[in-house]
Design a protein. Structure first.
Length: 110
């Protein structure tokens, strides 16, 4: 679990508390009308492996990009600048909600 590594480095003081908060937030998100739960298919797993090898990213990041593409979503939303760069390089429109002047950018926009 990533939280354990963050805890060992002193970044996350209480990984159990953070995990519980994350689960609660995920439950709320799953119940909201604006979310879509997408099953992981073998084609998404294969695409993820390609993304990992091409961009040297985490499995979870690769799964997000591959799932987004498979589900044909309109905009890839993340606060992770590096992940947004990968998504953009893969031809996805991206949006960073932390950038106050940010709007959904096409793949060629920087």
């Amino acid at each position: 679990m990533v939280f354990n590594r963050y805890h060992a480095r002193g970044i996350v003081p209480d990984p159990l508390r953070v995990s519980k908060a994350m689960v609660l937030e995920l439950r709320q998100l799953a119940r909201s009308a604006g979310s879509l739960i997408v099953p992981v298919r073998s084609s998404v797993l294969r695409a993820s492996i390609g993304l990992i090898l091409k961009h040297h990213i985490y499995v979870s990041d690769a799964m997000q990009v591959a799932t987004h593409r498979d589900a044909k979503c309109d905009v890839f939303v993340s606060c992770d600048g590096e992940l947004l760069n990968v998504a953009r390089a893969e031809g996805l429109r991206v949006y960073n909600p932390l950038k106050s002047n940010s709007s959904a950018h096409s793949p060629s926009a920087r």
